[in-house]
Design a protein around this ligand. Structure first.
Ligand code: CP
Ligand code: NVA
Length: 307
């Protein structure tokens, strides 16, 4: 059966453990200059974008070539998808050319529609609801920093918008069982269904209003922009709504000793986080970005079986 990766819950702890172990090995090999693997054997993977991207686009493109494949980059606006071709037709057509479909769009329902007709794995490259490939790399980064300490015993803080990144961290906490404190301003809470389901699985997922309360004792502090790509029209209102939700050095000082600062990037220095925190020794933002490549190579290897 074709395996898709649309939400973080689509993989189990065992599958994540396998992917993290592979990503670790691929990262070490790449650092030794061993970039190329024959896994894809010349097969192609399509990358489709309905929103801008730097990290996702480049890391997947490099991952596909380093796995011995070919990347077909499609800007959604230039394709027939934007002119109303049914997703079920697009999925069936692309399934005849390529071996995987990595897709960034607005609504998760579009990905589900594609996946229902595709005979190749469909990977979520960000929707308004989720960003699982980012949290995959973020957790890999967090685990690297834990130096063998168990992930499920950790406490993670989320400060800011309860949007796609927060929703995916919630699912990750449900899958792995670590504690997650989310501080979101009123009116910007995470998806209630995702939160409710996660809290049923993991009572250590908590929604609070106070950033100081959320970060107390946390081993990782996470944030994201106040206005995401699908929310730019609300930007002015959001800058007001999110007053008091900036991650600064004083807030980081309330976290556990040695806590790391995480951000999926792109960041808006001086808005959701200060430059001082972004550039501090606690910041692992560029490791997260690098780890997109290693984690996605391991993910593609897992989802697209060898020939
Ligand atoms: N973090 C992330 O997905 O970045 P891009 O929007 O640049 O792909
Ligand atoms: N929440 C951000 C993440 C960007 C990678 C957005 O959707 O724009």
């Amino acid at each position: 059966m074709t395996k898709h990766y649309i939400t973080f819950r689509d993989l189990s702890v065992d599958e994540y453990d396998h992917i993290f172990a592979r990503a670790k090995k691929l990262k070490a090999e790449r650092l030794r200059g061993q970039h190329l693997r024959p896994h894809l054997g010349g097969r192609s993977v399509a990358l489709v974008f309905a929103k801008p991207s730097t990290r996702t686009r480049v890391s997947f493109d490099c991952a596909i070539s380093e796995l011995g494949g070919n990347c077909v980059l499609i800007n959604l606006a230039d394709s027939q998808i934007s002119r109303g071709e049914p997703p079920s037709h697009t999925a069936r057509v692309l399934s005849r050319y390529v071996s995987g479909l990595v897709y960034r769009t607005y609504q998760e329902s579009e990905l589900r529609e594609l996946a229902a007709s595709a005979t190749i794995p469909v990977v979520n490259a960000l929707t308004n609801q989720q960003h699982p490939c980012q949290v995959l790399a973020d957790l890999f980064t967090f685990v690297e920093n834990l130096d063998g300490r168990p992930l499920e015993k950790q406490l993670v803080a989320w400060v800011g918008d309860g949007h796609n990144m927060a929703n995916t961290w919630i699912e990750a906490a449900a899958v792995f069982g670590f504690g997650l404190n989310l501080a979101c301003p009123e009116g910007h809470d995470p998806d209630p269904a995702i939160l409710k389901r996660a809290q049923a699985d993991n009572p250590r997922v908590r929604l609070v209003r106070s950033p100081a309360e959320a970060v107390a004792g946390a081993g990782a502090v996470n944030t994201d922009v106040f206005a995401s790509m699908d929310q730019t029209h609300e930007r002015d209102k959001r800058m007001l709504d999110f007053r008091g939700y900036q991650v600064d050095s004083a807030l980081m000082a309330r976290a556990a000793p040695g806590a790391i600062f995480m951000h999926c990037l792109p960041a808006h220095p001086g808005e959701e986080v200060t430059d001082e925190v972004l550039e501090s020794p606690a910041s692992v933002i560029f490791d997260e970005a690098e780890n997109r490549l290693h984690a996605q190579k391991a993910l593609l290897e897992y989802l697209i079986p060898p020939l």
